[in-house]
Design a protein around this ligand. Structure first.
Ligand SMILES: N=CN[C@@H](CCC(=O)O)C(=O)O
Ligand SMILES: [Zn+2]
Length: 420
């Protein structure tokens, strides 16, 4: 018989019922499915059943008393750059002294700085550092993650980065989706011939990457000073020929018309969205593209917070992700992303929890297997200490409430501790 795990005395069990489809949109987002005084049974790594303690099963291979703790699905972090060679705290200091993120980029810092470091790093050293970050985010309760290339910016270095992501995916206990972001910044040698670099991405990088099956998605940083809407369209259409759907960085600082182009081309997500017009919100309603908000970025580099309230009130399926990277967001802590989403983007706690779980899963096309705890989905969940309710998670922004993390029904992280 398959190994079974029974969690009893769950004070609050979130998202174990009532999630139709693979995403929550508009008003649905605020209706957080919640059972009190509950149990959860996992079998063979999947959720088998849930219910109230008054009718609790009596047998399982392993029984764990949650002691009133909360159980919720692991975070599905659909936007990260967690393979990088070095941190960039000197830019953090430069910004404190008054330089902007864009000015630092114009001076050859920013993404180009990270690319120089990554080009010089070995695959083994990149893997080791990224593995530690992966372990770190699993410890924060992340149970699926997307990772982008984009700090290579040459044929060899983009391939190296994507091979590191593949090696992580092969060894990782959690699912990893890989995104090719060759058009993240324009490398200095191409400063006077951007067309040559776009051609390099389309004609050389893409065929090699697709040939090795190294990417699930294609991405472009569509922004003033980076890539135009036309270039973005050319690149994502080229990716589509190889079966790569788009997940696009856009509207971080300016609204250029990229959202419409992505929606029209069936992009899985458009990400960042600090600056979004009402017309763009309306346009998002015409397609299936998930608006993915990254509030840690404006927290760290300044600028506008994403207008989540406006998007949810318009009926959209907003997702939240960390954007973990060395430049704009040196943090993969999803509990803090939720706090920012509530405090700065006007999201209610239940909305933020669903945006970071089921909608994050959908933004990686994993909504059928992760993101909620309905029977048949993977038994990947967070167990917290006893808390007053779900809103306590974003409220207690400095407390680490992720006490235990189960992946596919197995205990992966256990942070219960006592002072000696
Ligand atoms: N904005 C574009 N790319 C990353 C940051 C990259 C960097 O600064 O290294 C982001 O999503 O914020
Ligand atoms: Zn990003």
């Amino acid at each position: 018989m398959a190994r079974s795990l029974l969690i009893t005395n769950i004070g609050h069990l979130l998202m174990a019922e009532g999630i139709p489809g693979d995403r929550a949109a508009g008003r649905q987002l605020s209706q957080l499915p919640l059972q009190e005084n509950a149990w959860l049974l996992a079998e063979g790594g999947l959720v088998k059943a849930t219910g109230e303690m008054s009718a609790c099963p009596s047998r399982a291979t392993e029984v764990v008393d949650a002691n009133g703790g909360m159980v919720l699905p692991t975070w599905c972090d659909s936007h990260t750059h967690l393979v990088f060679a070095q941190s960039r705290e000197h830019e953090f200091v430069d910004r404190i002294k008054g330089l902007s993120y864009e000015e630092i980029a114009r001076r050859g810092g920013g993404i180009l700085n990270s690319a120089g470091k990554l080009q010089a790093a070995s695959e083994a050293s990149l893997f080791k550092a990224a593995w530690e970050r992966l372990e770190e985010v699993i410890g924060y309760g992340t149970g699926a993650v997307e990772i982008k290339s984009g700090y290579g910016l040459s044929v060899e270095a983009e391939l190296k980065m994507l091979r590191v992501i593949r090696a992580l995916a092969e060894q990782s206990p959690i699912p990893i989706k890989a995104t090719f972001l060759g058009a993240h910044a324009l490398p200095l040698p191409y400063r006077d011939n951007r067309e040559a670099y776009v051609r390099l991405v389309i004609d050389e990088m893409l065929p090699l990457i697709a040939g090795e099956g190294l990417a699930d998605y294609i991405d472009v940083f569509c922004e003033k000073g980076f890539y135009s809407v036309d270039e973005t369209v050319r690149i994502i259409e080229a990716g589509a020929k190889y079966g790569l759907k788009a997940k696009v960085h856009t509207n971080q600082f300016n609204s250029l018309g990229c959202i419409e182009a992505c929606v029209d081309r069936g992009a899985v997500s458009v990400d960042h969205l600090e600056v979004v017009t009402d017309a763009e919100v309306e346009y998002l309603k015409t397609g299936n593209t998930i608006p993915t908000l990254l509030p840690s970025a404006p927290f760290f580099i300044g600028g506008h917070y994403q207008p989540a309230r406006r998007m949810i009130d318009a009926g959209l399926p907003v997702a939240l992700a960390s954007d973990y990277n060395p430049g704009s967001t040196p943090s993969g802590k999803m509990q803090f992303v939720l706090s920012l989403a509530c405090l700065k983007c006007g999201m209610l706690p239940g909305e933020a929890i669903q945006a970071a779980t089921i909608n994050g899963a959908s933004a990686m096309e994993l909504g059928q297997e992760l993101g909620s705890l309905v029977p048949g989905k993977r038994a990947s969940f967070i167990l917290t200490p006893s808390v007053p309710g779900p809103e306590y998670l974003p409220y207690a922004f400095g407390s680490d409430l992720v006490q235990r993390v189960y992946i596919d029904g197995q205990l992966k992280v256990d942070k219960r501790w006592a002072m000696a």
